[in-house]
Design a binder for this molecule. Structure first.
Ligand SMILES: C[S@@+](CC[C@H](N)C(=O)[O-])C[C@H]1O[C@@H](n2cnc3c(N)ncnc32)[C@H](O)[C@@H]1O
Length: 292
């Protein structure tokens, strides 16, 4: 996979030679459409990268060049240390041939799940053009994360304002992603804090369409998320959700589905599989419910 033999540091390779070799080890982040690119490295290659990152590169005089080599090398190492260790990155998600969404994903800190993009949002974004009502008055997304679904909705329905919401530690990055994609949504996407557990953050506005992608991974989530939907969804409005069928959360999913059945009438549902960052093929269930 890496046929060229990297230079021995004792031969004092030039900045350009060394930098090019390090960059050859780059692994592209997964795009959720196919299994992740293999990132296997032989023990010799690991050893070489570690030698470079720990070398003082004394023969390279320019400090900026040294920094570039150390930074690139440490990124090539962290790309292979699992999704949790990945450095911050900006990825392009191709939703349709004519719609690409760029998302900044900061490096993962303090278990903030909303700082990365989850497979459910990719699957739902690709379905949205078939299932979105034609002219929603006002769209709310709950637990937007990096914003893929909300930004796709805003691009597909340019006349409908979309409000993306999440916890305080997530919203700044959503604002950044709204700015990054300004040309596709034309300014119709906004973001603010909305904590399902804190009613004072819900606001008084109501919506005729609410969307949630991968929102169920704690026993509190079915009831707290659905209380927000009950309060903010107008009668006649639509609630679209999607979630992965993770064995670990089977009882939470059952609880969520039982509650939705009592609250709404179902208008559509289905299952799809896709790849996620963890390189598994995952099964996702989506549904469309109406508040009558
Ligand atoms: C698994 S992530 C999914 C993110 C995004 N929807 C996606 O599919 O990529 C779950 C999201 O729910 C948000 N969340 C969890 N608890 C929440 C709460 N109490 N209030 C608001 N958002 C919450 C998290 O911050 C995170 O962004």
């Amino acid at each position: 996979m890496f046929p060229r033999i990297p230079p021995n540091l004792s031969s004092c390779p030039s900045f350009q030679v060394l930098y090019n070799f390090v960059e050859d080890f780059r692994v592209s982040p997964p795009n959720f459409e196919s299994p992740a690119q293999p990132s296997f490295l032989s023990p010799d290659s690991w050893g070489w990268l570690i030698t470079v990152v720990s070398s003082d590169l004394a023969w390279i005089e320019d400090d900026v060049q040294k920094e570039l080599i150390w930074e690139s090398t440490s990124r090539r190492i962290s790309e292979r240390c699992g999704r949790c260790a990945l450095p911050a990155m900006t990825r392009i998600f191709k939703i349709f041939p004519t719609l690409e969404i760029a998302l900044h994903e900061p490096s993962w800190t303090s278990d903030n799940l909303g700082l990365k993009t989850w497979g459910a949002s990719f699957v739902l974004s690709k379905k949205l053009d078939q299932i979105l009502p034609s002219n929603p008055r006002h769209i709310l997304e709950l637990g937007s994360g990096t914003g893929l679904v909300g930004l796709t909705a805003a691009a597909l329905r340019p006349n409908s304002p979309v409000l993306l919401t999440d916890l305080p530690e997530i919203v700044l990055n959503i604002v950044k992603n709204i700015d990054l994609n300004h040309s596709s949504h034309g300014g119709n996407a906004k973001a603010r804090i909305l904590n399902w557990l804190d009613k004072t953050t819900w606001g008084a506005e109501t919506f005729d369409l609410i969307i949630a992608s991968d929102p169920i991974y704690s026993e509190k989530h079915p009831s707290t998320l659905l209380s927000v939907v009950e309060e903010l969804l107008e009668t006649g409005g639509i609630f679209i959700s999607i979630y992965p069928l993770r064995q670990a959360y089977a009882s939470e999913i059952r609880d969520f589905e039982t509650r939705m059945k009592k609250m709404f009438t179902i208008e559509g549902a289905g299952e799809e599989s896709a790849f996620d960052d963890w390189d598994h093929e995952v099964q996702f269930r989506w549904s469309i419910h109406r508040k009558v």
